[in-house]
Design a protein around this ligand. Structure first.
Ligand code: COA
Length: 226
């Protein structure tokens, strides 16, 4: 398996890969829900998503904001990651973001006309348990293909995933980390109530250099649902 692809989940989330043994030892979230919001459906990624993932992550403007995604990024990288995910990431919630939300379902004509578009993966949001940068717990990460930026889609997706997380883990914080030259992600997290907790460093594979990370944390008490 391509080691960089294997590390990708940790970067959808920002940090180190974790082994299956580590994963098993720190617990699990329980079964991953299917989540629908007004505009989106969040479902488990499937093998058919490989092309969309590869196209989105081949874009340096996306990969440079993640630490573990190689550049260039090939279809095989996406296929490796999906294979690894199906096999290993049982305890994590990894959502493919698609545009088939509740509104589309309530408009059957529109949904039928757009069924291929509606089910196409446009991004990923994931929550997994691991230890990184001195924080042992649940970590959230996400990316969206560039053509969909600026429409509030990731705020809607992260909000939905966070709400489901806190429904079961109210007493536990959610950790994240953002490269400082990513104001959109910092703004998104600020809107939802994430606090900045410090700084860290990591190697960014796409940039081929060390980068600083702003470490962040969301608690149930600080969470501001949108
Ligand atoms: C970060 C990312 C997920 C944002 O997705 P998105 O759907 O465009 O985000 P949203 O539209 O929900 O929210 C972004 C917010 O940032 C704001 N924003 C966007 N660009 C900005 C900029 N250059 N400076 C300040 N704010 C900015 C938007 O206006 C919006 O805030 P608003 O709702 O108050 O207007 C997307 O750009 C992405 O995937 N980037 C590459 C990968 C990545 O950065 N992943 C996260 C790693 S921590």
């Amino acid at each position: 398996m391509n080691a960089l692809s294997k590390d990708f989940l940790a970067d959808v989330l920002p940090s180190q890969a974790f082994s299956q043994a580590e994963h098993a030892s720190v617990g699990a979230l329980g079964p991953q829900p299917l989540i629908r919001t007004g505009r989106l459906t969040l479902r488990r990624p499937e093998a058919r998503d490989a092309g969309a993932i590869a196209a989105a992550l081949a874009n340096y403007r996306v990969s440079k904001m993640l630490t573990q995604v190689p550049q260039p990024y090939h279809l095989e990288d996406a296929e490796d990651w999906l294979g690894w995910l199906a096999d290993a990431a049982k305890g994590a919630w990894v959502f493919a973001i698609t545009l088939g939300g509740v509104r589309a379902i309530l408009s059957p004509v529109a949904e039928a006309a757009n069924s291929n578009v509606a089910d196409r993966l446009i991004g990923v949001v994931a929550i997994e348990r691991r230890a990184s940068h001195g924080r042992d717990g649940w970590h959230i990460g996400y990316w969206l293909e560039e053509s969909q930026w600026g429409k509030g889609i990731m705020t809607e997706a992260v909000n939905a995933a966070v709400a489901r997380f806190f429904a079961a883990h109210m007493g536990e914080p959610l950790y994240s980390a953002v490269i400082p030259d990513n104001p959109a992600s910092l703004r998104l997290q600020g809107k939802l109530g994430f606090d900045i907790t410090g700084v860290a460093e990591a190697y960014c594979v796409a940039r081929a250099e060390m980068v600083r990370l702003i470490t962040t944390e969301l608690t149930f008490g600080g969470y501001m649902p949108t």
